[in-house]
Write a protein that binds this ligand. Structure first.
Ligand code: ATP
Ligand code: MG
Length: 409
């Protein structure tokens, strides 16, 4: 159904409102992320209005499309809430009609209240009075619905600003956090498993641009895991948080390690090499940390001793946002994120290759370093990083670094 008024979506943000002098930067960042990520929808423009961002939809946009915009916007980091409604004139009659129209589009509800706000006192009616007057209109239009002040099903927002009024009713929670780009760049190690996409997402929600690295077992395994990682990246891409995936064919190097290193130490040596390659790619991208999906004690390689033995391989901090998270909670997050089903498919990657029967769970660093000394690690790291295949995704906050002469990438 087309409406009598211009449709809008109000985007609310919490955390970025608290950031003092950073606030303007963050609002700009969120605004440009929204502009880029909503460009496939009929959006005319997006403006900052009274501490919110207002998405103006094209004339003739119907309610179903407005809902799609709301769904897309709620998944974007930095968005705490999205409400759907209309812009109207600062005229009580128009405001009443817009409120009736907005409330009429809400899915099943029993109770409501009106919450008016005046950001300009040049409007003669104060917010208490507005609540009463528009509330009365709504009671008359929806006689079977009740007014409830505490925790109503729907809160009808009435925002009166200098030249216009914005009225919204249907409202959904957003993912919150900070806009992507507010916290620099990180390099998440992304498998096609359940945990690492969730770990990546946690960092993205804190404002980090993610440049992922996937180690595939190719040419020793098929490239199936690479397709799954691409599918996972496409899900993450909807929120603008993933800029690139580097795929590193890793199988031959694992084979070389497996042929010579003590079996119990293989996994740690694979992982140290993975971290070093990821660190090299992070250096080339100007990223400040690596990210993994490890959770303490989940598998043999995720003991404190092994974490220490792998961390030692790199100078950059290794962030593990899931370290204290229970598997069931990680699964719930993956379901919400939309990656769980993809991650549940089996695909051989480098983790399934050349696994020892009994991996070391309490690695001693001196033994690990002695075993590693048998391999030309520095040379391998350069060769693996140079051979990484890159695929780009839509991430408005990312700009590729300019290549300087002499840089290998
Ligand atoms: P996930 O569900 O993320 O695969 P996992 O429970 O299978 O994790 P591990 O196999 O020990 O645990 O991997 C721990 C972390 O190492 C992963 O979360 C990921 O960050 C990284 N990792 C593992 N395998 C790969 C891979 N093939 N490519 C890139 N990173 C990987
Ligand atoms: Mg895994």
């Amino acid at each position: 159904m087309t409406a009598d008024f211009q449709r809008i979506c109000l985007v609310h943000y919490h955390e970025i409102g608290l950031k003092g002098h950073n606030r303007a930067d963050f609002e700009k960042r969120l605004l440009s992320n929204l502009q880029a990520l909503l460009c496939d929808y009929p959006v005319v423009t997006i403006h900052r209005i009274a501490g919110r961002l207002c998405v103006f939809l094209r004339e003739g946009t119907d309610a179903a499309v407005a809902l799609e915009v709301m769904e897309a916007a709620r998944g974007i980091p930095g968005v705490a809430r999205v409400s759907c409604g209309f812009k109207c004139e600062r005229d009580l009659d128009a405001m009443g009609r817009a409120a009736v129209e907005a409330l009429g589009e809400c899915p099943d509800f029993d109770t409501f209240k009106v919450q008016a706000r005046r950001s300009h006192t040049d409007f003669p009616i104060d917010s208490m009075e507005l609540n009463r007057l528009i509330g009365a209109e709504l009671c008359a239009a929806f006689p079977d619905k009740g007014v409830k002040m505490k925790q109503p099903d729907i809160t009808v927002l009435v925002e009166v600003v200098q030249n216009a009024c914005y009225i919204c009713a249907h409202s959904v929670r957003g993912v919150g956090g900070l806009p992507v780009g507010a916290s620099g760049r990180v390099v998440p190690l992304l498998s096609s498993g359940i945990d690492s996409p969730v770990a990546l997402w946690r960092m993205a929600r804190r404002g980090a641009v993610c440049i992922a690295v996937h180690f595939s077992g190719r040419p020793q395994t098929s490239d199936e895991s690479e397709y799954l990682v691409d599918d996972i990246a496409r899900v993450l891409e909807r929120t603008g948080c993933i800029a690139r995936v580097y795929t590193v064919p890793f199988g031959d190097y694992q084979k070389a390690i497996a042929l010579e290193a003590p079996p119990a130490l293989r996994i740690i040596l694979y992982r140290r090499l993975m971290y070093k390659v990821a660190e090299e790619l992070a250096r080339r991208e100007g990223a400040g940390a690596l990210v993994t999906g490890e959770s303490l004690g989940q598998v043999a390689s995720q003991t404190l001793d092994n974490i220490r033995a792998t961390d030692e391989a790199v100078g950059l901090p290794v962030l593990r946002p899931l370290i204290g998270t229970d598997k069931l909670d990680i699964i719930a997050d993956a379901e919400q994120l939309g990656t769980f089903e993809l991650s549940s498919q089996d695909a051989p990657d480098c983790c399934t290759l050349f696994m020892p029967r009994s991996p070391e769970t309490h690695a001693k660093l001196d033994k690990v370093l002695a075993a590693e000394a048998a391999f030309p690690i520095a040379e391998w790291v350069q060769a693996l990083a140079d051979g990484a295949e890159v695929r780009d995704y839509r991430c408005p906050a990312y700009k590729p670094r300019r290549q300087r002469q002499g840089d290998s990438l």
